[in-house]
Design a protein around this ligand. Structure first.
Ligand code: FE
Ligand code: CA
Length: 513
């Protein structure tokens, strides 16, 4: 329950009233008899996300002991107040409210703060049991009818905790960004690996409590916390938020329980709107954000509704199953939603964000044989052709795909028919490498060279860790591939290893007419 736009004194009164009722319900506690937290409850930091021009979601989770059940809390509820200000010292509090943290949602808070100004920086914090959280900084989206001239986005994903440090997030935290976009694999569900640089807990996630403890472990990373506290964040999931290579048709009640636990834990730990909380096994991930007329971001779900991977599911040459006309990547409802968003767009750039690369990647070592990964769009050729043909025949303006999963940086042109790479591309794709998954990579690698050689539409491949940084203007899109030489050492420097520039001839006066 958000209590917006009421006097500060009122909020304090309400907060106190909630607090008294909650302290009566205590059965054991991390609170003193005077209602103060004895142990610091904001161990997982704060975050904000899914910014609109007039609202943004503020997130935190109370967890004094993050690796214990319910984060070490035995309360039946706890009031958490939030404050939002234009100055970081909260001299003038513009918005405030109280939300109730409950064990049923892991004591997480998702405050959807409304009535804000477009393109504005705000600071926020939470207060619970007399303790204040770290201060977060966020920014609303530009006004829907504006043509913002300079939007800066980071694109990242795949952050296996065991494989390396989150140095890329530390660099993002100090960068000037409007939004961080995450393309999936925020956690990895697997057990402990014998060679981990730092270790998972000793279990493979299957229950709600295990997924919660895994998110808590990942969110204990201070570089990740710094990036969340510095910029708003919008994510899709890929496979490892649930399990490796999952699809929409896995049978069995044990799996359904696991999936609903995983999706619930995802919602509990992401700065997404309360309206997206999961009902049983379905969570509606797909949604869009518009940054003025300059760009629309369409966040899509390429796991929950996809048909099973064809041709054995792994890396394979094409079999007839890969041409199955009933194959789905988005599922019918989501595909209709996306195509209608694209058809009715008034944005200059139209971005599709999802987990797996759309581009064709023939990774075969044998020149007489073609091999593709069936978990990516290469295994879903009919839906891919349908999407790209739609973009081509409807002349969708500025189509861009942002994807992850490869653990490599990649830039590609997208074609309806990839055997005609000389044709004008239908769209462009930027794939972010991993934050840490795969550990230290190599700037030069045989696999990267082979991908470039086998696939003329692919323009850049690099196997190092890092993220992508995009500068979006009405008339241009600049993608910078940011790379780190090491994630097994904490302080690696960041460099731009490739810059790709796309230009569009735009007459804004004509668009305004
Ligand atoms: Fe991954
Ligand atoms: Ca993946």
């Amino acid at each position: 329950m958000a209590v917006n736009i009421i006097s500060r004194r009122n909020t304090l009164k309400k907060s106190l009233a909630f607090f008294m009722s909650s302290s009566l319900g205590l059965t054991g506690c991390r609170l003193s008899s005077r209602g103060q937290f004895i142990e610091y409850p904001f161990t997982l930091g704060v975050a904000s996300g899914d910014p609109l021009s007039d609202s943004v979601v503020l997130w935190t989770r109370l967890a004094p002991r993050p690796d214990e059940p319910h984060g070490g809390l035995t309360l039946d509820h706890a009031p958490v107040s939030w404050q939002l200000s234009e100055d970081e010292h909260f001299k003038n509090i513009l918005r405030h409210g109280v939300e109730i943290a409950k064990p049923g949602s892991a004591f997480s808070i998702h405050a959807d703060v409304k009535g804000l100004q477009p393109s504005r920086v705000y600071f926020y914090r939470f207060i619970a049991g007399g303790v204040a959280s770290p201060t977060g900084r966020t920014r609303t989206a530009p006004s829907p009818d504006a043509f913002p001239g300079d939007i800066r986005i980071a694109q990242a994903g795949c952050q296996n905790f065991e494989s390396g440090y989150y140095t890329a997030y530390r660099h993002m935290a100090s960068d000037d960004l409007d939004l961080i976009i995450h393309t999936g694999d925020y956690i990895y569900e697997g057990g402990q690996s014998p060679h981990g640089l730092r270790l998972h807990q000793d279990f493979r996630c299957k229950t709600l409590e295990q997924y919660r403890r895994r998110y808590a472990l990942y969110k204990s990373d201070l570089d990740l916390q710094a990036a969340h506290a510095a910029h708003p964040f919008s994510a899709v999931w890929d496979d490892h938020e649930i399990k490796n290579n999952w699809h929409g048709a896995i049978p069995g009640s044990a799996y359904q329980n696991r999936k609903s636990a995983a999706l619930k834990a995802w919602w509990e730990h992401m700065p997404v709107r309360p309206t997206q909380s999961p009902s049983q096994i379905q969570l509606k991930l797909y949604r869009s954000l518009t940054f003025g007329r300059t760009v629309s971001f369409n966040f899509c779900d390429t796991r929950q509704f996809r048909t099973p991977q064809p041709c054995g599911g792994q890396k394979s040459s094409l079999c007839s199953e890969a041409m199955n006309s009933g194959a789905q990547m988005f599922g019918q409802l989501q595909e209709e939603w996306l195509l209608s968003r694209l058809r009715n767009t008034s944005s200059i750039w139209n971005v599709i964000i999802q987990g797996v690369p759309i581009t064709e990647i023939n990774s075969s070592r044998d020149p007489n044989l073609k091999q593709y990964s069936m978990d990516k769009w290469d295994g879903y050729r009919v839906p891919r052709r349908r999407l790209l043909s739609f973009i081509e025949s409807n002349n969708i303006p500025g189509p861009i795909s942002l994807a992850g999963d490869l653990h490599r940086h990649l830039a590609s042109e997208l074609h309806v028919n990839f055997s005609q790479p000389k044709k004008v591309p239908v769209a462009h794709e930027f794939v972010n490498t991993s934050i840490s998954s795969g550990g230290d990579g190599k700037k030069v690698s045989k696999t990267s060279d082979r991908w470039l050689r086998n696939n003329q539409h692919i323009k850049f491949v690099e196997n190092q860790r890092g993220y992508l940084r995009h500068q979006i203007r009405p008339s241009s899109w600049t993608a910078e591939f940011m790379s780190l030489d090491s994630v097994s050492q904490r302080h690696a420097a960041l460099r731009v290893s490739r810059e790709i520039y796309l230009e569009r001839k735009i007459n804004i006066q004509n668009m305004l007419r």
